[in-house]
Design a protein around this ligand. Structure first.
Ligand code: ZN
Length: 390
């Protein structure tokens, strides 16, 4: 049997059942509690012949590395999916969110699209390949992570395992409707605080008003020119001041005010250079007003990631997707960030995001996955592993 025959023999039963099982093992983050799903997946992959290692982060949280061993003549291929899902929200679902009901050709449940469906497809692809006995020249590595939805806990731990790389490509099944994304924006989240002095509200001249300092700071921030070059797949840099807190009582001059700012960066921008600009801005404000005091803290720092559409791995992958779907995708970019921000620099590999979920359903009520797309994804990942590694 060759890889094409193996792909043609793939049916829906196994991936549907596994996707349902994964949805039924609740792994909502926070708190995550990924240990149960990690142990479950570890058992089935180990039974299929992969070498499995559970990476414990805490008693309730774990990630998993599984390797389908080869003769190691060529670099490995890395498949990565996350165990955790976002919480449910308040809206009532049409099907119970952890029952994984099948209806209208779809499986319904939290994580169906983002990304237990994609994860089930990766796992079945790895098991198909393992059972086929086709000899591999490079390892297939599955990096299944905890904490993607909050802080990339698992991906950060796996990124430190540099002995596993460099890889030929990092493939991540974030929901894309089986379309191909090869660039994502970076994120730089800042917490800006102003520091004043309290006084009685009837004697404001005795205090230093931190809320008024923040007014000046935000005004300057809005005027700040952060340089960037428009990216063909991602567009431009964006900045949004999204929370503000300050003061405690109407009759007390506030001594503290805090805003949080969400910046989304594009390739070519340096997060360090942006921070320098912000600090210079604060220094200039202090020179203008000696009472002005402010500080900046970074709360999230993820670099933008991009792969050239001309990259061999991307061209090969696009051809495989075309072979399975009958339509050639044009690689695009996404604005959100994924575990790729940790894994791609660590494994020095091109990034490919392609998953069976509908991106519009991620983090939404009534999340579901179309079974036909799920099966297409298994075929894409099996064929990709075969073409990259045999
Ligand atoms: Zn996701």
């Amino acid at each position: 049997m060759d890889i094409r025959q193996l792909v043609d023999s793939i049916e829906q039963t196994e991936v549907v059942r596994l996707c349902q099982e994964l949805i039924r093992i609740v792994s909502v983050n926070p708190p995550g509690d990924e240990i149960r799903i990690a142990e479950y997946v570890g058992r089935i992959l180990s039974k299929a012949g992969l070498e499995v290692e559970i990476i414990h982060h805490s008693p309730a949280r774990a990630s998993l590395l599984a390797v389908l061993k080869s003769s190691q003549q060529i670099p490995p291929l890395l498949y990565s999916a996350h165990f955790d899902t976002v919480p449910l929200g308040v809206e009532k679902w049409s099907h119970e969110p952890f029952d994984a009901v099948i209806s209208e050709g779809r499986i319904w449940g939290r994580g169906a699209a983002d990304m237990k469906g994609g994860m089930a497809a990766l796992i079945v692809a790895a098991m198909e390949l393992a059972r086929s006995g086709l000899p591999l020249r490079g390892d297939l590595i599955l990096a299944l992570t905890a904490g993607e939805e909050v802080d990339s806990l698992g991906a950060t731990a796996i990124a430190s395992r540099t002995e596993l790389g460099p890889a030929q490509a990092v493939v991540i099944p974030e929901p894309s409707d089986n379309d191909v994304y090869i660039a994502e924006k970076g994120a730089l989240w800042l917490e800006l605080s102003t520091h004043g002095k309290t006084a009685h509200g009837a004697m404001p001249e005795l205090g230093d008003n931190a809320v008024l300092m923040m007014v000046d700071l935000i005004t300057e921030l809005q005027k700040l020119q952060i340089p960037f070059k428009e990216h063909p797949m991602l567009g431009g840099f964006s900045m949004s001041v999204n929370t503000i807190q300050g003061g405690m009582k109407t009759n007390v001059v506030p001594d503290g005010c805090v805003v949080t700012v969400d910046m989304r960066t594009v390739p070519g921008q340096s997060h360090e250079a942006i921070l320098v600009r912000i600090k210079e801005m604060i220094a200039a404000l202090s020179r203008r007003n000696t009472a002005f005091r402010a500080s900046v803290k970074v709360t999230n720092d993820r670099p933008p990631v991009e792969t050239s559409p001309k990259e061999v791995a991307v061209r090969l992958f696009v051809g495989i997707v075309e072979e399975v779907l009958g339509e050639r995708p044009t690689p695009k970019g996404v604005r959100y960030y994924t575990d790729a921000t940790a894994l791609v620099p660590a494994f020095k590999a091109p990034m490919i995001i392609c998953g069976p979920g509908d991106p519009k359903l991620a983090h939404q009520p009534n999340e579901n996955i179309v079974i036909e797309k799920l099966v297409q994804a298994v075929k894409i990942y099996t064929l990709t592993a075969g073409r990259f590694l045999i």
